[in-house]
Ligand binder design. Structure first.
Ligand code: COA
Length: 389
């Protein structure tokens, strides 16, 4: 295991940008990416880009466009720089950040643009496209969609640990409250437990308000070596830990579906590289594609003991003024979930929090933040830990 500072160059984030998330009918996938990228370039005050990564899950299915590295470099006016599309389902954005981090750390490039993008609302069948991230042969062809897979996880968690329907709902209530303070969020309105419990049943026990929505959006950050960062900004954010792990693609192959092993492993790697324990994290953006996912991730990152994630949320420990604020941006639930963009948007939120620019959502004394981004039902997970410098 490489340790931060050992053989690698230290890496900083020096600027960020994102579009509003939601139904962006007037914009194409390239328009969305270019808008976020130009904002990030402007924010970082860089005059060139050496290389770029585009996190994207499945533009080929959603909008019929592949070859996104080239498309985005072209429409940004950046050709002939190397531009690589990265895919790990809904963790594509987080993995794109890891690749950009590795490229700077290795000394291969000095200024890297890392972005994520997805245009889902143009698709006539987004559920089919999303199911490409599950096991198509054993799960999707037999009729299970992602709400169905996470519903099974929720049922198992409720059975094994006594997690309640109300605790699931409280995740959505908290995240909508946070999203109501985020001008880029898809749903900027608060909801109550009753809103969740009375919303349409999607896959028992999950209801509409337990689900992240279908969204369009893009997010970008600019990376450079930490040693150069103060040339561009007074407030760089250093990446101090990076972890990435995989797990069986299908739920039925797992010994225990209430633990997301890829989250456990990617978290452990990132904490080890950062030299920190979970109690040293000041805030986290985690992959709440469904309310049960946030509860599992809180446990699997060891913010609390296994089985107590629901209680953690119920006690207010994940609130903006709680022990470890979780999903201050509104999370996937309220901010929206344009799948390939999500991992980078999480990092945008951590960057804004650590640089004191999160407005009404600002967490007091935020120095260290974590972003956890998951692919499918936990087939992959990426964790980054960042520190304000
Ligand atoms: N949360 C809150 N409101 C939502 C919502 C969500 N997740 N999804 C849709 N809505 C709202 C819409 O804005 C719309 O409101 P309006 O009538 O005021 O305009 C209403 O609910 C109906 O929207 P519609 O688009 O018809 O919903 P739908 O039934 O087609 O889709 C889901 C709802 C839950 C099936 C869809 O959002 C979904 O599949 N989510 C999961 C996405 C997913 O699996 N992502 C990958 C995770 S691994």
């Amino acid at each position: 295991m490489v340790r931060e500072g050992d053989v690698m160059r230290e890496v900083a984030i020096i600027g960020c940008g994102m579009t509003k998330f939601g139904e962006l009918w007037q914009l194409s996938i390239r328009d969305i990416f270019v808008e976020a990228a130009l904002k990030a370039i402007d924010d970082a005050h860089v005059d060139h880009i050496d290389s770029m990564y585009v996190g994207n899950m499945t533009a080929g299915i959603f909008v019929g466009q592949e070859h996104l590295g080239s498309v985005m470099a072209d429409y940004l006016g950046l050709t002939p720089i190397p531009a690589t599309r990265i895919e790990s389902a809904c963790a594509s954005g987080g993995l794109a950040l890891r690749q950009g981090f590795i490229e700077i750390a290795s000394g291969m490039s000095d200024i890297v643009l890392v972005g994520g993008v997805e245009k889902m609302t143009d698709s006539s069948d987004p559920t089919y496209g999303l199911a490409a991230a599950a096991d198509r042969e054993y799960e999707a062809y037999n009729g299970v969609s992602f709400p169905g897979l996470y519903a099974m996880i929720a049922r198992a968690h409720m059975h094994k640990y006594g997690t309640t329907r109300e605790q699931l709902a409280l995740v959505a209530v908290k995240n909508h409250k946070n999203g109501s303070m985020n001008p880029n969020a898809q749903f900027q309105r608060e909801i109550t437990i009753d809103t969740v419990l009375n919303s349409t049943l999607i896959a028992d026990p999950l209801r509409l308000m337990d689900c992240s929505p279908i969204s369009d959006g893009a997010a970008c950050v600019i990376l450079c070596p930490l040693s150069e960062a103060k040339k561009y900004t007074d407030t760089p954010v250093k990446i101090i830990g990076s972890g990435f792990a995989t797990d069986s693609i299908a739920l039925h192959q797992r010994k225990d579906i209430t633990t997301l092993n890829a989250v456990v492993k990617s978290g452990q790697q990132a904490f080890k590289m950062a030299g920190l324990t979970p109690d040293k994290i000041d805030l986290a953006e985690v992959h709440d594609c469904f309310t049960i996912a946030e509860i599992c991730v809180i446990e699997d990152l060891e913010f609390t003991e296994k089985g107590k994630g629901g209680e953690f949320v119920e006690k207010g420990l994940a609130n903006i003024d709680g022990k470890i604020p979780i999903n201050t941006s509104g999370g996937l639930k309220s901010k929206g979930h344009p799948v390939g963009a999500t991992g980078v948007a999480q990092v945008v939120e951590i960057f804004e929090q650590l640089t004191g620019n999160a407005g009404k959502r600002q967490v007091k004394n935020a120095h260290v933040g974590l972003a956890q981004n998951m692919g499918g039902s936990g087939g992959s997970s990426v964790v980054h830990i960042m520190e304000g410098v």
